[in-house]
Design a protein around this ligand. Structure first.
Ligand SMILES: [Zn+2]
Length: 135
């Protein structure tokens, strides 16, 4: 049975399990197959990193409350977060890595940074407290 490169269609000779005529075609084919997924992952990772950086810039490691417009203005992506944390009181924090925020009813958000439960950072185990139920 004649075999052909699955990227360019060139006839293949040699090993029976060969799928590409060259490294170029292998890379080209894999990029075509994985390119969309890779792009999507890159965009999501960038959005998460950007969110974290915005919260880092605004809070510098402290707990701060800012108007939500401030986040919007800085290009915060509200639909992207690494996980959520719900306090006993029912407040939901949306977290990007080590920073998280929760939205109040009045369009303000409180930004906190913690070592979130289940999110341990190696070598730093003395800061494991989740946010307190404030106000
Ligand atoms: Zn080829």
């Amino acid at each position: 049975m004649a075999k052909y490169c699955i990227d360019c269609g060139e006839g293949l000779s040699g090993r029976a399990d060969k799928k590409y005529c060259s490294d170029f075609c292998r890379n080209n084919y894999n990029n075509k197959v994985n390119g969309d997924v890779n792009n999507q992952m890159r965009n999501i990772n960038n959005a998460l990193r950007k969110n974290r950086r915005i919260m880092d810039d605004l809070s510098a490691g402290e707990t701060v409350t800012v108007h939500i417009d401030k986040l919007i203005e800085l290009g915060f992506h509200f639909s992207f977060y690494t996980h959520t944390y719900t306090t006993k009181k029912g407040d939901v924090y949306y977290i990007c890595y080590d920073y998280g925020y929760r939205q109040h009813d009045n369009k303000f958000v409180t930004i906190v940074t913690r070592r979130w439960p289940g999110h341990k950072v190696p070598g730093n185990n003395n800061n494991t407290n989740p946010p307190k139920d404030d106000n």
